[in-house]
Write a protein of this length. Structure first.
Ligand code: ACO
Length: 165
């Protein structure tokens, strides 16, 4: 099987390996920038976070960045699946994987933030057990140099969601 080849989703999911990135591996820049278009913003949390990846045929096709501001809390700062592999259940699996890591670390609260315009992400996170708890008004409008649009709506506000373990 080669990357991107059409296949039944369940078959694909069986072949994906999730693990922490190793020090000598290249960072999945393109994936991380898909989730957060500001390298400036990414670099602020990257140094203090764990990066985990999803591999298919030795190729990195998904990534998730986990930040632990304190011993009880884990924030998913960045989650992305390669465009060729989206809508096949990998995003959902990444959230299950992050939840397993959180349980192992005895984390009590998981957090994830996305924009008001990110409709499919809000759907995915709520289906995975996250609940909307806060809106950071104008977060994207103030912190990003260019306006960002998704689904024809400007990404102005950050919707914060939490999952209590
Ligand atoms: N439109 C409609 N529904 C969608 C879409 C979409 N674009 N994407 C996912 N879904 C639905 C799926 O149908 C599925 O629904 P179901 O559980 O009812 O069957 C559910 O969402 C889960 O979908 P997955 O296939 O598991 O998600 P996917 O592998 O596509 O990953 C992700 C989702 C990570 C958001 C991916 O689309 C992506 O990388 N997008 C670009 C980067 C991005 O926006 N990242 C998140 C930014 S916020 C942050 O990083 C904290």
């Amino acid at each position: 099987m080669t990357a991107g080849e059409n296949m039944i989703d369940h078959d694909l999911l069986k072949y994906i390996i999730f693990r922490k990135i190793q020090l000598d591996e290249p960072l999945p820049y393109r994936l991380m920038l898909d989730a957060d278009p500001s390298w400036n913003a990414i670099s602020k949390y990257l140094a203090f976070s764990e990066i985990h990846i999803g591999l298919f045929n030795h190729e990195i096709i998904a990534s998730i960045v986990l930040y632990m501001p304190d011993k009880d809390t884990l924030e998913i700062k960045n989650i992305a699946v390669d465009e060729r592999f989206q809508e096949k259940g990998i995003g959902r699996m990444l959230l299950v994987y992050a939840t397993r890591i959180s349980i192992k670390k005895e984390i009590r609260t998981m957090m994830i933030g996305t924009s008001n315009a990110s409709i499919s992400q809000l759907y995915l996170y709520q289906k995975a057990g996250f609940e909307m708890t806060e809106i950071k008004l104008n977060f994207f409008a103030y912190n990003y140099p260019e306006p960002i649009y998704e689904n024809g709506i400007q990404c102005r506000h950050m919707i914060l969601l939490k999952k209590y373990l």
